[in-house]
Design a protein around this ligand. Structure first.
Ligand SMILES: Nc1nc2c(ncn2[C@@H]2O[C@H](COP(=O)(O)OP(=O)(O)OP(=O)(O)O)[C@@H](O)[C@H]2O)c(=O)[nH]1
Ligand SMILES: [Mg+2]
Length: 367
């Protein structure tokens, strides 16, 4: 029962870039990860891909063979994948159960709002193969700069949550660009926490015909009645932002409750150290401390995100540049030190003698 996530969201919302970012983050954290590309239109795959739908079917093949447009061909590809699920099952079984799986899906919204194939594929992964998955739904953060777009992103998120029936995390992606997209009418937490949508009334009515006024507010009240939608934020190149989102996802899938297989067991723990896969091992000693507490750390509060990317962006960018310069200098100094020590160690001679030794070799080579 491996853990993982399905990455979905409208075209261009940053799914593939995020999947690659997650690969880089987990590799740096020494956490085993595999990316499964299920987008048959992905020609240029950025990340090292463990499984790709292109070995089963590609969008261009379907368009050519059946004379279909890109949207129809995409639906065909997903139906084909559903019908040939055994192919995916075989490929997944070749990989280690301890691996974390990221499924990169295509960006056609009807695949997870109306069409049944993606829902059935996800159902087979969770129910038949026992995957513990969360849906990570990316929406471009330019949506928060316009009230109408924001309501449509809320409706899309709600519809997706109801359709996929997975632990679900909505994410405002590309939050580092939000300042460039335009001014926000409210603070960022208004949008991430989906606070009183009644405040959007004037903004919505400014840009639409008066006869749509009551439709706008009815849509808002549907979203509020469900009270399900909220957003995390993501700037894919920011390590803290990626780490925060990973913690949220681990909490949603339950991965946070499972200790790594190499973790020592405390004396008083009721713990069965078998070789069972990680998702089957209980972790009684950290269950409540990790489950009950609120999320902590940078970016766990939208006000921190607003300060970083909107209110004091220049200062933070300058601070980050200074930190990177310092890190670079520290690495260079460390390398220099190592080199000096290597020179010293050569034939048990001192620094100067080591250099002399090197020069001698060079002279001999020249001869
Ligand atoms: N500044 C910034 N750019 C981003 C971020 N995430 C993605 N992008 C850019 O957004 C563009 C689209 O990203 P993709 O990863 O191709 O989006 P996608 O959702 O996979 O697109 P489709 O597969 O076509 O649906 C690329 O130019 C990325 O570089 C982010 O966090 N910050
Ligand atoms: Mg993509």
């Amino acid at each position: 029962m491996p853990f993982g996530e399905v990455v979905i969201g409208p075209p261009g919302s940053g799914k593939t870039t995020y999947a690659y970012g997650k690969y880089q983050l987990f590799t740096a954290l020494k956490r085993s990860i595999a990316i499964v590309n299920l987008d048959p239109a992905n020609d240029n795959i950025l990340y090292p891909c463990s499984i790709s739908i292109s070995s089963l079917i590609t969008l261009s093949e379907v368009m050519e063979t059946y004379n279909l447009g890109p949207n129809g061909a995409m639906l065909y590809c997903m139906e084909y994948l559903e019908a040939n699920f055994d192919w995916l099952e075989e490929e997944l079984k070749k990989l280690d159960e301890e691996t974390y799986f990221v499924f990169d899906f295509p960006g056609q919204v009807e695949l997870w709002t109306n069409h049944e194939s993606v829902k059935k594929i996800v159902g087979l992964l969770t129910k038949k193969l026992g995957f513990r998955l969360a849906a990570v739904h990316l929406c471009d953060s330019h949506n928060v700069t316009d009230a109408g777009n924001y309501v449509s992103a809320l409706l899309l998120s709600l519809r997706t949550m109801l359709q996929l029936e997975l632990p679900h995390i909505n994410v405002l992606s590309k939050i580092d660009l939000v300042q460039q997209y335009g001014d926000l009418a409210f603070n960022l937490d208004f949008y991430t926490e989906v606070q009183d949508l009644g405040h959007l009334e004037n903004l919505l009515n400014q840009n639409s015909h008066p006869r749509y006024a009551s439709l706008n507010m009815t849509l808002c009240s549907i979203i509020e009645d469900y009270a399900l939608v909220g957003f995390e934020t993501l700037a894919v190149e920011d390590k803290e932002s990626m780490l925060h989102l990973s913690r949220v996802i681990d909490k949603a899938t339950g991965a946070v409750y499972i200790p790594p297989s190499n973790q020592p067991v405390p004396d008083n723990a009721t713990f069965n150290p078998t070789n069972a896969p990680s998702s089957k091992r209980p972790n009684t000693y950290s269950l409540f401390s990790s489950a009950a507490g609120p999320m902590k750390g940078p970016y766990s509060d939208a006000r921190g995100v607003q300060e970083r990317w909107i209110d004091a962006r220049e200062e933070y960018d300058a601070f980050e540049r200074r930190q990177w310069r310092k890190e670079g200098e520290a690495v260079a100094a460390e390398k220099n030190k190592e080199q000096m020590e290597r020179n010293k160690g050569m034939g048990g001679k001192g620094e100067g003698e080591g250099m002399e030794y090197k020069n001698k070799i060079k002279i001999r080579e020249r001869l």
